[in-house]
Design a protein around this ligand. Sequence first.
Ligand code: SF4
Ligand code: SF4
Length: 362
Amino acid sequence: MSAPAAKKVMREPIESGCPDGFQYMHPTMRRNYGQWKYHEDVQPGVLVHVAYSGEKIYTVRCGTQRILDVFTLRKLMDIGDQYSDGYIHFTIRSNMEFQTDDESKVQPLVAALEDAGFPVGGTRNSITSMSHTQGWLHCDIPGTDASGVVKAMMDEFYDEFKSWNMPNRVHMTTSCCQINCGGQGDIAINVQHTKPPKIDHSLVGNVCERPSVVARCPVAAIRPAMVDGKPSLEVDEKKCICCGACYPPCPPMQINDHQYTQLAIWIGGNHSNARGKPTFQRLVAAGIPNNPPRWPEATAVVKKILECYKEGGRDWERMNEWVERIGWPRFFEVTGLPFTKYHIDNWRGARNNLNSSTHIRF
Ligand code: SF4
Ligand code: SF4
């Protein structure tokens, strides 16, 4: 009689999702999770949270250059080991936060970060660091180096990061293509392609037998065509809206161009629904040269907008609220930005079905 077959052991699936954040939290935060009574801003870049239990935890926020080499990371981790019990976290804007429940370590921690070249700030009514998309380092389709734009601009706003001089917080974002990741902000600096893609016909046949990119175009501007007796593609340039959606799945649709891939600036985006509905950002400047390594033209426009907001905004008014109060004509007057027909938003497609607010509606 043969032995019974061994029971099959099923392999556990490997869970590769987001890890449990609690394991990385400072023990004082973990103990008081959801039990905070209030918090205070001690000084720019420093917060204290007080729990119902009476425990306190201090958070010190500093700016980084976002793309961190291993030596810089080690330097920051050493500071964390010395002053914040080895607990740190990153914010979505690549600020780093160090936590400690020992008040006597706060000022030495601030000094250690500043001495190592990491400015402490970015809280309350400051210009906090800019969020940005992956850029050349992690993505294959960018039209600019988003992290470079952040570094160049934040160098200009260094003092505003370290102080509380703006009417309210300023969240800026930058995006290296127009269609995928990236967000909106009080000010957003986004890539804008201004010419339809050029097709590299020699590549099409090598890359794809039946180009599915035809289905990718939102305005049906791409169609199969015979070029020099070989199957390829063509673009109806009158229809093309230069969105760039065809380039990611189909490298022969070459749209990145040193001259015609430019930057556009949008303002007034706000995800918060604390005092009113969230708002979409609006285009205020386009055709700005995508000019590495310091992007001086884009930086000058952003600087001008921020100066006007700082000058004209009332206390705690976010950028969208400031513009709503003074009106768009006045915004273009005070900033000196040219108003063109391209600034008129006449798209009404989703007026009824785009739920842009979490407020209850009947
Ligand atoms: S914004 Fe576009 S180009 Fe930039 S990382 Fe995201 S998908 Fe890539
Ligand atoms: S850039 Fe956009 S609109 Fe133009 S062909 Fe490509 S997908 Fe279509």
